[in-house]
Structures are given as C-alpha cells and as structure tokens.
Design a protein around this ligand. Structure first.
Ligand SMILES: Cc1ncc(C[n+]2csc(CCOP(=O)(O)OP(=O)(O)O)c2C)c(N)n1
Ligand SMILES: [Mg+2]
Length: 399
C-alpha cells in the first residue's frame, strides 16, 4: 500500500525527532526544491482565526448560507466530536473492541456531508462518523461492528450510506460502479467515495480513477489527507500533492482546507454539480489532520512528535467556526449552553445503547460462509460446539 522508493525513505520532519539519514545531499536538495515548487494552493474560506476570506471561484457555492445554517454546521461538528469521544472512552472501558476516531476531521466530513442531497449515495471507509451523522444514520448503529455484535448495523439503502469498508480503497470501485449505474439510469444523483491518503496508493483507487474517467461517471472522490496512514506519512505515498494525481487520469483535482467547514461545503458542492452535469469525476483532497491515534490499538507517540499535533490544534475546525460565529454575532451564550446540554444527552444515549446491545448467537459466525454449507465449516462448527460444551462440563464438575 505504501511506496517504498528512495524518496520515500528521505527524512521526514525534524519535529518527529526521528529524521533518517538516507539519500545523498544532491537528492535531498532536489527533492526539497521540487516539494517547494509544487507547494499547492489550498481553497480556504475561513482562516484558522475565523476570518472569512473571499474566493472568486467558490464563494457562489456558499452564497445563500444563513446564520442558522452556520449554527447547524457548528452543532453537527460539536455533536460528532462528542459522539467520537464517547466511543473512544467506551473502548477504553472494554465496551468496544476497537474505535477509529475522527478527531480533527470534523470539518472535512460535515462540510462534504452537508453538501449532499438525499438521493446521492455515499461509500465511506471506517472513519466517516461525521458523514454518517449528516446522512441521518443513528450514531449508536455505528458501534455494533466495533463491539463485535454485528457486521454493519444499518441498512445502506435506508440513508444511501453504504456499510463501513475496512479493505482500504475498495469502496472507490464500488462507488465507481454504482455511479456508472446511476448514469445509465439517466438520474442526476451523484456518488461520493471517501478514502484516505494511504488508500490513494492502492491499485483499487487507481482503477476507479481510470474507469470513472473514461466512463464519465458521476462520482466525487473525497480523499481526507489526514497526513498519516497508520504510521506512514503522506510523503511516502506520493511525489506530488495527492490532488494532482487526478490530472494524469484526465479529471480535475482540488486541494481544500479540510479544517474549514465552509470551504469543504463549497468545494464538494462544486464537485457534485460537475457530476450531476455529466462532467464526470472530481478528486477533492481535504487537507486535514488525524489528531488522535489511528485506532485505539495504535500509539502515535511511537512515530510522531507533539509539535506537529500542536501546530494542527491551532487550526482546529470547531474553534475556527466558533470564532467566526462569535465575531459575526450569530450566536449567544444560550446557544453554546444548549449545545453542551444536547451533547450530554447524546453521550448518555450512546453509553446506554452500547451496554444494552445484545450479544449475537455464538454460532452465527458459521452462517453465510457458503450458500450451500461446507464440510470444513461444519467441522469447525462442531469443534467450536465441543469447546463451548467444555465450559459447561467444568462448572457441572463441581468447581
Ligand atoms: C487492503 C488493505 N491493506 C491494508 C490494510 C490495513 N490498514 C488499515 S487502515 C490502514 C491505513 C489507511 O490509511 P489512510 O488511507 O490514510 O486512512 P486513515 O486511516 O488515515 O483514515 C491500513 C494500511 C487494510 N485494512 N486493507
Ligand atoms: Mg490517512
């Protein structure tokens, strides 16, 4: 999944305190120069300080936004972050087997999620809790798989939100095929595929770019570049900024400030409009940061330093919208207090729902492996039954 080239082994950041020493001086200089010259433009409508900046190309896509809409985006981000924090805590308490936090990526997900129409179809990875929120999927339904009590937990067609996909990048192919079908049906719906910076190196993603381009499929590829693929930094995924990869496939790519909810909303609306107008796919690279661990099984202190995280904390997506709302007099203390109370209610509901989830039948794991059954599965089921029964024997033996 990652590219192991000499460039990929170049030292990364001094902040991590683990810079390597490989590569000649000439190679390093050339690479640094190349990096500088390709330093990309970033679409931004709200600065980290919460100042609204004009953008000739994308302002039109948020022109009609009202103070109420802005408060809505803020509420979405705050509640999503709260839900995510609860899920992380539940994992630490042993109630979930694993959790993949979206901390830091709220603007990318809420901005893009709120750009969608109900009839659009979403193909997420495993971290799109904010998009799920926008689609109206009950957040408690996201937790069953992470508790290990079901294989998904919601009906994809109920909210046009596909099940979480853990096989990195494969959902981009599903999205492309689905989008080709939408075009054949003559509908003007669009499809959006979420994936990460690491996934962008997968063959599946390259294939989906090829197919969607030549078939002019109405699909938006929304790449959340959160800088890391577990412990692999983005530099090891590409020699060019990720959004520039689209050019080689024959469709446009744009890098947006992924911590700016307004910019994410505007750019995604633009990309969806292209899809609806029959102009084919678009790659949106939302430049953001995974503030937490990859999952609760990961320890990011092993591969990155505090300075990097602190630099990104200053660009926090929620804080910048709050600053803008306050500076524009769009909110009062009552709004924030009510939202805090709503967060508490959500937290309680999530905790209670998880603890009340029924365990699945232990033998359900053997179902749906083969349509007509299989001797090996039958043997394993029998072995498992004997194993289970061994516990019953022990307790009956008068321990
Ligand atoms: C095909 C495949 N290869 C490897 C893995 C193991 N794996 C799980 S998450 C991950 C990193 C993904 O990074 P990225 O695409 O940047 O998404 P992020 O987790 O940062 O959101 C890897 C390698 C996998 N799930 N599927
Ligand atoms: Mg990543």
């Amino acid at each position: 999944m990652t590219v192991d080239s000499s460039a990929a082994r170049e030292p990364r950041r001094s902040a991590a305190g683990k810079a390597g020493t490989t590569g000649s001086k000439t190679t390093r200089t050339t690479r640094a120069a190349a990096k500088k010259s390709t330093e990309p433009e970033l679409v931004q409508l709200l600065t980290p300080e919460g100042k609204r900046v004009k953008n000739a190309e994308y302002d039109a896509y948020v022109a009609g936004i009202t103070p109420e809409d802005l408060r809505g985006l803020y509420r979405d981000m705050v509640l999503t972050r709260r839900f995510d924090a609860e899920a992380t805590a539940l994992q630490r308490q042993g109630e979930l087997g694993l959790w993949a936090s979206l901390l830091g990526q709220e603007a990318a997900q809420i901005g893009s999620g709120r750009a969608l129409r109900d009839d659009d179809y979403v193909f997420p990875t495993y971290r799109e809790h904010g998009v799920a929120w926008c689609r109206g999927v009950d957040p408690t339904n996201l937790l069953g798989m992470f508790r290990g009590v079901n294989n998904g937990g919601w009906d994809p067609n109920g909210n046009n939100f596909h099940l979480y996909t853990i096989v990195i990048g494969s959902q981009t192919l599903h999205a492309t095929g689905y989008a080709m079908g939408v075009a054949k049906d003559g509908a003007d719906s669009a499809v959006i595929a979420y994936f990460g910076d690491g996934a962008s190196s997968q063959g599946d993603v390259a294939e989906s770019f090829t197919f969607s381009a030549v078939y002019n499929a109405p699909v938006v590829f929304f790449c959340q570049n959160n800088q890391w693929a577990i412990s692999e930094p983005t530099e090891k995924q590409s020699r060019v900024p990720l959004y520039q990869r689209a050019q080689g496939f024959g469709f446009p790519g744009v890098r947006v400030d992924g911590n700016d909810v307004l910019a994410c909303l505007a750019v995604t609306k633009w990309a969806l409009e292209r899809a609806r107008n029959g102009e084919g796919p678009t790659l949106v690279e939302a430049y953001t940061y995974r503030m937490g661990a990859h999952t609760t099984s990961d320890d990011p202190t092993r591969y990155r330093g505090d300075e990097e995280r602190m630099a990104w904390e200053a660009k926090d997506p929620i804080l910048r919208l709050r600053r803008y709302l306050e500076a524009s007099n769009h909110t009062d203390d009552g709004f924030f207090a009510e939202l805090e109370a709503e967060s508490e209610v959500l937290g309680k509901r999530v905790r209670e729902a998880v603890r009340a989830m029924p365990d699945p039948d232990h033998f359900a794991i053997f179902e749906n492996v083969y349509a007509d059954g299989h001797a090996l599965v039958d043997e394993e089921r029998a072995q498992f039954a004997a194993y289970q029964a061994s516990f019953a024997d022990a307790s009956e033996g008068g321990r």
